[in-house]
Write a protein that binds this ligand. Structure first.
Ligand code: UDX
Length: 442
């Protein structure tokens, strides 16, 4: 099938590569010419494992093309994906300016019978708006608008798109379903469920999925607070809960809370949608508050452990919002960095991928490429991202380099026994502290 993709950010580029991989002929466009030139030369504008291979193979097999002219995407396209950004406004509402602009533009360029598919995460009712806009711009054009949300995670995007847990297609007419079934036939043939709904349900289901994941994390973080007050271990509680297949093990890790570009934004958007619709989604308001509290709880642990921050040195291990990405949007580590710097501390961070991006976001933040160098002279080390390499750190070497032997483990990645043996005062989240420092010399 001929497919057009408008917007080659994380979602658009992965979608384009994956659809080409499934055998379709894909024209991906973006107004950013530099990005298009980069892609044409075989390079990827951001880090995403396996995406360069996917794009390179596809470009060679003549099934994937890049252009900065939106007309190229609309020409001959049977399905036209809208993958432009959907930021939030100052009030937390979804900003749909870019989505509308694409709708107005494609109205004049698309061929009869085109299916316009929303990939961007949008509030319910957006497809209706798009439909009206296109009909006003180009009366007489026969077209269908469908919602086809994606659920890809950064760092796992290619796998998530080629082997998704489910495909969701929301359409209000039979043609939308028919075209999208053909598009995804190779995946459906593999046994991947394709769930068909009306458009508004599909739009809402994406926001609901992300908000639910956020709710699981906030539940774990509330339990962490309670576990600390009652002397229990939240990691073990999560293991016990997760063993129940109705609950599941994932997204129950307590720590610094959820960051990134999607979970915080989508949770807030859903809460605003509910508010505007006249429903007080109290649960979501709590999810958001508990997530803010998760960062404050870690900051308080640091302040409690080292007293005044003025003149102290704090080392942050991990700056990206999660492991496996260079993305620092919504990264809890940067919130901490700003806070500690404001309170007069000098802050140095280490991250395998996100150091440069972090420096550009936080004035006065120093970084080092080596974790041992980053902790040298530190009065407190805070683990902020669950990079696997932090589990393998030599904690004796770490301790020797630090000014005070205090580690706040904001992601519960270190082994408490090893930390204690290394003579560290080890302060994890929602589990008992270890006081190896006090035992030194025993
Ligand atoms: C998320 C959704 O998972 C994905 O389906 C959607 O399409 C886009 O948003 P992503 O933003 O890549 O994906 O990050 P995700 O892996 O969901 O992690 C989000 C945040 O939650 C990270 O900051 C992570 O550290 C945090 N998290 C995750 C926890 O604090 N605890 C957990 O148990 C899991």
């Amino acid at each position: 099938m001929n497919v057009g993709v408008i917007g080659v950010g994380h979602v658009g580029l992965v979608t384009a590569g994956a659809l080409a991989e499934l055998g379709h002929r894909v024209m991906a466009v973006d107004l950013n010419r530099d990005k298009i030139e980069l892609l044409r030369s075989g390079k990827i504008p951001f880090y995403e494992p396996d995406l360069d291979d996917l794009i390179a193979v596809q470009a060679r097999t003549d099934r994937l093309f890049f252009d900065s002219d939106p007309r190229k995407a609309a020409q001959d396209a049977e399905v036209l994906f809208i993958c432009v950004g959907r930021p939030t406004t100052a009030t937390g509402d979804a900003s749909l300016t870019a989505v509308e602009a694409v709708g107005r533009d494609v109205a004049h360029r698309a061929g009869a019978g085109v299916v316009i598919a929303e990939k961007s995460t949008v509030p319910p009712g957006t497809a209706d708006r798009l439909r009206l806009t296109i009909a006003r711009e180009e009366p007489g054009l026969a077209f269908t608008v469908v919602a086809n949300p994606e659920f890809l995670r950064e760092g796992n995007a290619v796998r998530d798109t080629l082997r998704p847990d489910r495909i969701v297609v929301g359409s209000d007419d039979a043609r939308g379903f028919e075209v999208m079934r053909r598009l995804y036939k190779p995946l459906v043939d593999l046994g991947i469920p394709l769930i068909e709904t009306d458009v508004r349900t599909a739009e809402l289901s994406k926001l609901a999925s992300n908000a639910f994941l956020a709710a699981k994390i906030s539940f774990a973080n509330s339990l962490a607070r309670l576990a600390e007050l009652t002397g229990a271990d939240v990691v073990k509680i999560a293991e016990v809960m997760g063993a129940d297949t109705r609950i599941g093990t994932s997204f129950l890790n307590a720590g610094l809370g959820f960051g990134g570009y999607c979970l915080p934004k989508d949770t807030q958007t859903l809460e605003r949608i509910a508010q505007r619709a006249g429903y007080d989604f109290q649960l979501l308001r709590s999810v958001i508050l508990v997530n803010e509290e998760a960062i404050t709880a870690v900051a308080s642990k640091v302040e409690e452990a080292i007293w005044n921050l003025e003149g102290k040195r704090i080392s942050l291990l991990g700056l990206a919002f999660k492991a496996g990405t260079e993305d620092v949007r919504g990264a809890p580590a940067l919130v901490l960095a700003r806070r500690f710097i404001e309170e007069g501390a000098s802050v140095i961070g280490h991250d395998p991928m996100a150091a440069a991006a972090s420096r550009s976001m936080v004035p006065h933040l120093e970084t080092s490429d080596d974790p041992y160098e980053a902790v040298t002279g530190a009065h407190c080390v805070v683990v902020c991202t669950d990079w696997p390499e932090y589990r393998r750190l030599d904690l004796d070497r770490l301790r020797e380099r630090m000014a005070y032997p205090i580690v706040v483990d904001g992601r519960n990645v270190l082994d408490p026994d090893r930390a204690e043996r290394a003579g560290l005062t080890y302060l994890p989240i929602g589990r008992p502290a270890r006081h190896g420092e006090a035992n030194q010399g025993d």
